[in-house]
Design a protein around this ligand. Sequence first.
Ligand SMILES: [Fe+2]
Length: 372
Amino acid sequence: MDRTTLEQAILTLARDQDLLAEFRADPEAVGPGRLGLDAEWSAVIAGGDRDRLRSAGLPDGITILVSRWFADDLADSTSKGAFHVDTTTPLPDPDVPANLVFAGGASHVPDLLARPEIDPEDQVQRLLAGYERLAKDIAEADPDVLIVTADCHFQSFRTGAYVIGTGTSYSGSMEFFKRSDLDIELTGSPRFAEALVNAVRAEGLEVEESAEFPLDHGQIVPLKLLLPRPDLPVVPIITQPGRSFSPFGAKVFGEVLRDVVASRDLKVGVLATGGLSHWLDPGKFGKADIEFDTYLLQMLQAGRGTDIANLEPYALLDHGQYEFPNWLIMLGMVGPGVRGEVYAYEPMEASGGGWSVVNMLLPERAEGANDE
Ligand SMILES: [Fe+2]
């Protein structure tokens, strides 16, 4: 059942007390007949099940009507905040730009390279094996440029907006983690990056551009493990979750980038980095939210990654997902209906999070479509 139909049904019931009374008396007759619902979702609304409605992408500000106002459940006690993967709605056919040749996501935990010995060796090996598989995927896709999203750690920017790197080159250091031997030099792609900046601004969205900023573990860790050749041009994109956090906005940002990719004669890859769950808040470091991480990975596997953008900020932040907008930019570029394959997921206490590697299963690229 699509989100708009559900939302309209709830608002219609909220406006019409007589219809609501009829619906509550016999939801399976009124829902399908008068509101465009099916029997299952009629029962969800009649039962005041806000958890299911949230999983279908409805904002909490609307679904509170079904419990506190439709069912007079003043305590809102029937909904527990559980997350479901909705598989009742058929997936749309993917519509991925033919020249988007790779999309995936991977954690950027600094300990993985700086001091892997702090975590259990079998977990580290499984995680690294995931990176190895993803590295092969990127190499086989052979992109001309790789967009890499990460969140802000040690950089300093003027605004709270996302930042697109427009430099001709970048350098980054792992000195903060006592491993200057892991420093990196990367080639930029200034013309392509400028086109991305201009498209975002043309859409009326906020973006900061920066030709110079030091890379940190957000780029260094995944790219040390995944970059197929040292001279492959990259466009770093930085989110600033401490200053602005909008899951929906991240997806829309990715959708704008996707249009630019589709208009260019370039093979483009996009790598999201970060996450999944972890907390840097004082007093909270060290936990992983395995249950919520599993929900996110199941959503990706089900081809419903873009739907995660419908969650409101608190639902993600409460589960330690302040880096997930990095992934939502990638998912916005890919668009709906594309399934992800999880190469690795390891919750690690010492390095402090649920670390993951995912490859998006892009539709078969048309023969020759990627040739210059
Ligand atoms: Fe990060």
